[in-house]
Structure formats: C-alpha cells, structure tokens
Design a protein around this ligand. Sequence first.
Ligand SMILES: Cc1cc2nc3c(=O)[nH]c(=O)nc-3n(C[C@H](O)[C@H](O)[C@H](O)COP(=O)(O)OP(=O)(O)OC[C@H]3O[C@@H](n4cnc5c(N)ncnc54)[C@H](O)[C@@H]3O)c2cc1C
Length: 448
Amino acid sequence: MMHHELEKYLPANRIMTKLSEREAFAGDKWMKGPTPDVVVRPRTTAEVAAVMCFAHERAIPVTTRGAGWGYVGGAVSNSGGICLSLDAMHSIREVSREDFVAVVEAGVVTADLQRAAREMGLFYPPDPASSAYCTLGGNIATNAGGARCLKYGVTRNYVLGLEVVTADGTIFHLGGRTHKNKTGFDLLGLFVGSEGMLGIVTGATLKLLPAPPARRAIAAVFAAISQAANAVGAIFDAGVLPAALEIADEATFAHFLAQHGLPPQRGAHVLIEVDGQIESARAEIAEIKAVLRAVGAWDIEVADSEIEVESLWETRRQFSASLSASGKRKLNEDIVVPRGKLVELVEFARVLGEKHGVEVACFGHAGDGNIHVNLLLDSAQLERAEAILDELFAQILTWGGAITGEHGIGLAKKRWWPSAASPEVRALHQTVKAALDPKGILNPGKWL
Ligand SMILES: Cc1cc2nc3c(=O)[nH]c(=O)nc-3n(C[C@H](O)[C@H](O)[C@H](O)COP(=O)(O)OP(=O)(O)OC[C@H]3O[C@@H](n4cnc5c(N)ncnc54)[C@H](O)[C@@H]3O)c2cc1C
C-alpha cells in the first residue's frame, strides 16, 4: 500500500488515508472532484522533496494544494494519486523592516501575512477577495490578483525569491531578498502562475511596501452599468489612479439588495478606494466625487475613516455570495478586456444573456478591465453553458482580451486553452513542462 511506503518519508499523522479525511481535500470552489488516493501534509521542504522523489520513481500523479479556494479546479486530484497539501507549512519566518521583505512558507494564509506586515507599518498589497482563506503558495501558483491590482500590480510583482521542489525532488532556491535581480533567466516568473504543473512552491520571499497612512473610499450608484463603466474613464481622465476601482451591474446590485432585505433599486454600483497621505487621499476623493457627480452618479457615499472604508468594502464583498444565494448554478468567468473595451464588454454580456434567455451578472475590477461575468443557470440551462461561453470567449479574444485574468485555466477553462494560445505558444508550454516534469506527474489531466 502506497501510504505504508510514504511512512518512510513522513510521520504517519501527516498521511491521511481515511475516506472522510481524503474527501475534505477532494474539491475546490469550482467543483467537487474525485477523492485522491492519499493526502500528505508535509511540514518541511525536505519532506516535500522526499515525497516527490518517491512519486517520481513510481510515476504517481501529484496534485499540489493550498487551501482549495481556487475557482477552476486546479487543486482537484482528477488523476487520483497523491494530494500534496501545503497547509501545514504555515509559518511566517520573517518580516523585515530593514529589507522590506517577508519570508514565508507556502501554506501561510494571505490575510495572516497582510496583518503581520501591517503590525510593523508595512504593506503586502496583493489582495484576492479570498485572502482570509487562500494561501500565498496558491496565490503564487495562480499569480493571484485582486482589487488593489490597479495601483499595485499582481502577485508576480511581489515575488523576489522562491523555494521550489521540482517533479524529481530537486530543491531550487531562485531569486533572493533584493528588490532587483537580473541574474540569468526569469525563472521566478516561470513558476509564478504555473498552477502546480512545473513545481511545488514551498517558500517565498515577498516584497513589502511602506504602509500608506490613509485609506479613503467612495461608493455611488448609476442608472446603468454602461454609465458606470464610462465613469472609470472619466476618473482616469482626471489624472487620478485609485488603489481600487470596482463596478457591479444592475443584476448584481439587485441580488445584493434583495439578499440583504434592502429596498429594491435599479442601478449599477461603483466603489473606489484611494490611499496615501491623509491630505492627498482626501483631495483625490474630492476630485473623484466631482467627477462622479458630473457623469450622473447618485447616492454618493464617502468613507472618511478606516472603519467606514471597510463597511463600503463589506457591501462589495457580498456581491459574489448574493449571486450564489440565488439558488442557481453560478459560473464565474474572470475574463479581461483591454481597458478601452469595458463599455462594449458589459453591453455584449447583457445581449448574450438576453439571446440565450440566461441571467448574466457582471462585477469586478473595472480599472483593470477584469470583469467577473457570472452566468446564473437553472438546471435546465446547464447543458447550454459551454455554447454560451464559446461565444463569450471568442468575442473576448477577438478584442485582444484574455479568458482569465486571475483564476487560471485549471480544468474549468481547459476547453478554451487551444483557442486562447497559438499552436507555437502551446508547443513552448509543452517543451517547458517536459523539461521540468518529464514523466508528467505534476497536476496531470489539467490544461496542458
Ligand atoms: C469567493 C472567492 C473570491 C476570490 N477572489 C479572488 C480574487 O479577487 N483574485 C484572485 O486572483 N483570485 C480569487 N479567487 C480565486 C482563488 O482564491 C485564488 O486562485 C487563490 O490564489 C487560490 O489559493 P489556494 O491556496 O486556495 O490555492 P488552491 O485552490 O489550493 O490551488 C490553486 C492552484 O495552485 C496550485 N498550488 C497551490 N499551492 C501551490 C504550491 N504551494 N505550489 C505549487 N502549486 C500550488 C494548485 O495545484 C492549483 O492549481 C477567489 C476565490 C473565491 C472562492
């Protein structure tokens, strides 16, 4: 039995074999996947390397898992074998004020690092909406984004160093704790966003920034999503770069209001956050308020303290759950379009929904052109989902957009990988994969 052999490399209490234990590691937030044959929860990089040597010798599939908060089935053990969970490697080894870095194990929950940095007057900007649950290793493997990407960039922009174990158990230390480093190829970049298919991230050195002393926010309602999308351009025209710029369409806002017992109101919602020195944050909010008024916003609400800012975000954070509470199956597609196509995108999504008789709700990171297009399907409509998504993704690609901005491809978007990447680019992916994982044991059956 595989687990008896694994006991040579890991303590027995780090090897889960009971069905009930394994089931807890079977799915992610997109799908309930097949149960892995065994779950291992190593505590050290050396243990991860030992498990990989074992699996490599026997060509056993290994699916790496952070918290299982992914949205595309990436952490699902769809080929059986070993589920390698990093959740027990959750120590923040160091937060350095001198070097502005954090050294972490891969299983650290993102919000725990954000908090630890804050306590030292430092700031880790990547902020996926799942930050209270997801891991930094998962964020690195998916190159996670979030609301603050507009000003601060995505996870890739904060990875200075990585500790990675490749399929044959070799341990690599890439990069380091300097904020610049041009030694050799950008191998760090190769592993960021590789969705567990090129190696297992066991540790990382992450860049920190000085914490901005003030955050301010403003929320508003517009008559229609197209007007809200236009407001995005107007804010940039005013020379302001907010930290976050989020919009939600009429359907999303209506579900939110209904879900929270609030009076119905037809409108699209906008939330904008700025940060920096107190006076500059105030001045920027005043400028944005004037712009919003000029382009037709109503119900403008300014958050003038940290608590008020969080309260506006609480509304925004409820949007996804409010759509799920509709009782329909929610397919959340995190597509991206060039920023100039935002208005056309929301209009296209509306027409697509009408054409297929399906409810479509859009919300997301408008400043990045990264909008979550949600199909809300009843059981009779489920079989049409792929055809609707074929149309959506074809249009996105025609505009020069991308089928995923932050969630990844995993299993959910496997069908569209061939249309999203040219034959040459796909062949290059296969070459890199074959060089690092010649037996194809890391996350097999996904999109490569
Ligand atoms: C409500 C909700 C909101 C979300 N909001 C956002 C958002 O704003 N922005 C965003 O980017 N994403 C968002 N997501 C998606 C998800 O949370 C992110 O993809 C997150 O990075 C997943 O982290 P995880 O630890 O849960 O990874 P998992 O789901 O466990 O794994 C994700 C992928 O990474 C691989 N992986 C995990 N850990 C490692 C490792 N240590 N080494 C190598 N490979 C690894 C897995 O094999 C898998 O392919 C959201 C999800 C939900 C459910």
